[in-house]
Ligand binder design. Structure first.
Ligand SMILES: [Zn+2]
Length: 449
């Protein structure tokens, strides 16, 4: 396969008239300054595929179904109860169908690898499936069907709150002990084994859901592989952690879990300046999910301050309420503008492009968090590429700024994973079948709920 881009973002920066040769799913040659030879597929703007470092695929099933005002205080916690109810009856077939929809949409928006923070393990009554890792196999099947790269992060979830409280009834599909989790991990390894480039990490759910001993045990189960944890998403969680330990959540993690570059701290919304500086120094990636954090009313992550402290970050679609790579980057920058009453706050220096800075950080931080090679249009790299829609009259960085801030939708023309075109004209190649199956599942779940 030979692709030609009028402009492409290479490791050293933009190049024009770039010929990319792909063999057996990998890029074998990248040559700027060439006219397209006969038979080459021609595109406008080429960039590496973006990592999506945090997803709960099954939550795609409640997009648009939790936006009606509730009876009391409507908050993250009432949303969570609604989510537990809405997905309480979801079967393995339905979970696979919902995940396929979510993954097809991720690919349609240029997200070519997903970190699936996977905690829907058990049957609706909490009983283990005959194959304990049944749901991991369903996630892997959805990844295989759509062609997205998978970093599977099986979640350890044992408690309803700080101090080892027993899990609530709504959490019985997630909960288990350490022995069961070791077997879930073993099943997860079998589930992802057939997938090219798949990675298996671990995810202690949060400081509310694991004890300190469990956290240390889980983090040690996959040495050298990603460890993801939710932390400091909600102010109530910060207050509860202070009451339990005398420390804020990120401070507690720093003192007790020694996070390093294989860690991804998801959200980390509420940190004080000392936590920000120390977590940035640790090498842990901040897993930012700006659209979900806005949807759930979490608060604003100080991304500009995190950047000044040298912190790495990537983006995640988390609840999958609206799946778009450019949408996450736009919301991130806009949240900073609203909080600081300035503009172009994520651009590192005068004259630099905000879209370019956002993309560069999301590529490198996201890949690190997912235990994947840094996405690059370079020989030897996996052929995971995105062709953006053309932005007539703009230079290359402006085209990225247009994609982030001005595109009317996902702004993606074509996407390749492992050299295979999985999105054409902005649509996943199996969209019709996946969307039909998904629609039937949503109807069934609404009736059941
Ligand atoms: Zn999450």
């Amino acid at each position: 396969l030979t692709l030609h881009f009028r402009a492409a973002l290479l490791p050293g920066g933009w190049a024009r008239d770039v010929l990319v040769t792909i063999e057996a799913g990998r890029i074998v040659a990248v040559t700027p300054g060439l006219a397209p030879p006969p038979g080459a597929e021609c595109h406008a703007i080429g960039i590496p595929g973006l990592p999506n470092l945090h997803s709960h695929a099954f939550q795609r099933a409640i997009a648009g179904r939790t936006e009606r005002r509730g009876p009391g205080e409507d908050s993250f916690w009432s949303w969570r109860d609604a989510m537990y109810r809405a997905i309480g009856a979801m079967t393995p077939d339905e979970t696979e169908a919902v995940a396929a929809m979510a993954y097809a949409e991720m690919l349609e928006s240029g997200l070519t690898r997903v970190g699936e923070f996977h905690y829907l393990h058990h049957a609706p009554d909490g009983a283990p499936y005959a194959e304990l890792a049944e749901m991991a196999f369903r996630i892997a099947a959805a990844a295989a069907e759509t062609g997205i790269r998978l970093t599977l992060l099986p979640v350890f979830y044992a408690h309803a709150g700080f101090g080892g409280l027993p899990p609530a009834p709504g959490q019985r599909r997630f909960a288990g002990d350490l022995d069961g989790f070791a077997r879930l991990l073993e099943g997860g390894a079998r589930a992802v084994a057939p997938l090219e480039g798949a990675v298996l990490g671990v995810a202690p759910h949060s400081l509310r859901a694991v004890t300190p001993e469990e956290l240390r045990a889980v983090a040690a189960m996959r040495p050298g592989h990603p460890v993801h944890i939710h932390a400091a998403e909600q102010t109530r969680e910060v207050e509860d952690c202070l009451a339990w330990s005398g420390m804020r959540p990120v401070r507690w993690l720093l003192e007790n879990a020694a996070p390093d570059a294989r860690w991804c701290v998801v959200h980390a919304t509420h940190m004080d300046p000392g936590e920000t500086a120390a977590l940035a120094r640790s090498g842990a990636v901040a897993g930012l999910c700006p659209v979900t954090e806005a949807n759930l009313g979490d608060g604003v992550f100080d991304a500009a301050g995190w950047g000044e402290a040298g912190g790495a970050w990537g983006i995640g679609t988390d609840s999958n309420v609206a799946i778009a790579g450019n949408g996450e980057l736009r919301m991130l920058e806009y949240s900073q503008r609203l909080a600081r009453r300035g503009r172009n706050l994520m651009a590192p220096a005068p004259g630099t492009s905000t879209g370019r800075a956002l993309l560069d950080s999301a590529l490198s931080g996201g890949a690190r968090a997912l235990g994947a090679p840094a996405p690059a249009l370079a020989p030897g790299a996996p052929a995971d590429l995105v062709a953006l829609l053309p932005a007539p009259g703009l230079d290359e960085d402006e085209a990225l700024d247009h994609w982030v801030f001005a595109a009317p939708d996902r702004g993606v023309d074509r996407v390749w994973c492992g050299g295979r075109a999985v999105v054409r004209d902005g649509r996943h190649v199996a969209r019709d079948a996946i969307a039909a199956r998904f629609g039937a599942v949503i109807e069934r779940l609404r009736d059941a709920a």
